[in-house]
Design a binder for this molecule. Structure first.
Ligand code: ADP
Ligand code: ZN
Length: 238
């Protein structure tokens, strides 16, 4: 018989004021997991990719500048993204905790983040690394569909919507991201290896890194993440 040593601490809708970074290559499932986590734990979801895409589709000045980099699979210059981040952090919802998805993407951005947080007397609690193999990444990205209204991700095979090209949650139209083409996917993976993979060691050295195998299906991964957060909270109770 399995003995539960203690009851699960986290339930859906629980408020836990935590600051979490999701790290991992494109296709690791950061967006999917961050969205679920934010809803389940009442945290603000900050996705630099989503903010940039929103700007691009609205045609703002930032969006117009960012678009050319995004379509090539390159990183948008740090100065643009950092400005955007600072702006996002001036909104009140981040006070009750947040999940960062897609930022930082290099050491320079990690340092900017430290500064932005320090100014607000905040720090990061956990950095969760979604460890994913390359074959899984390519398979996921080439079949990904995104809701044009709420941003939820689907997959042609792994996570198909109930109604063709329509979001289960909000009825929005699904589309394929312009950077999810094979050539651009390759480029994004190269950029990840060159720019972002060093962040894993960076946060390991700060003893903030927690790793989850993210090749499994989304519900398994989310359970593993919740378990990690739960254990973290349990051992950091004041
Ligand atoms: P993925 O991680 O799957 O590539 P994202 O939605 O996080 O998808 O990012 C899409 C694109 O947006 C990136 O390829 C990059 O051009 C740009 N971008 C997102 N976040 C950042 C960031 N922190 N710094 C620079 N560019 C970014
Ligand atoms: Zn939707």
């Amino acid at each position: 018989m399995k003995v539960l040593l203690r009851p699960a601490v986290l339930k859906a809708g629980d408020k836990i004021n935590m600051r979490i970074i999701l790290l991992g290559p494109p296709g690791a499932g950061k967006g999917t997991q961050a969205k679920t986590l934010a809803e389940r734990l009442n945290l603000a979801h900050i996705s630099t990719g989503d903010i940039l895409r929103e700007n691009a589709s609205k045609g703002t000045q930032l969006g117009q500048q960012a678009k050319e980099y995004m379509n090539k699979g390159a990183l948008v210059p740090d100065t643009l993204v950092s400005q955007m981040l600072t702006q996002r952090f001036s909104q009140p919802d981040i006070q009750s905790g947040f999940i960062l998805d897609g930022y930082p993407r290099n050491i320079n951005q990690a340092e900017t983040l430290d500064d932005v947080l320090k100014q607000r007397n905040m720090g990061i609690d956990m950095v969760i690394y979604l460890d994913t193999s390359e074959s899984v990444i390519i398979q996921r990205l080439s079949g990904r569909l995104v809701c044009s209204l709420c941003g939820r991700n689907f997959h042609i095979k792994n996570m198909p919507p109930e109604k063709e090209m329509t979001c289960d949650d909000c009825g929005g139209r699904l589309y394929q991201r312009t950077d999810d083409k094979e050539e651009t996917i390759k480029k994004r993976l190269e950029v990840y290896k060159k720019e972002s993979s060093g962040l894993v060691q960076h946060y390991q050295e700060k003893s903030k890194l927690f790793s989850v195998s993210a090749d499994q299906e989304a519900p398994m991964v989310i359970n593993k993440i919740i378990q990690l957060i739960d254990e973290y909270n349990d051992s950091h109770k004041k």
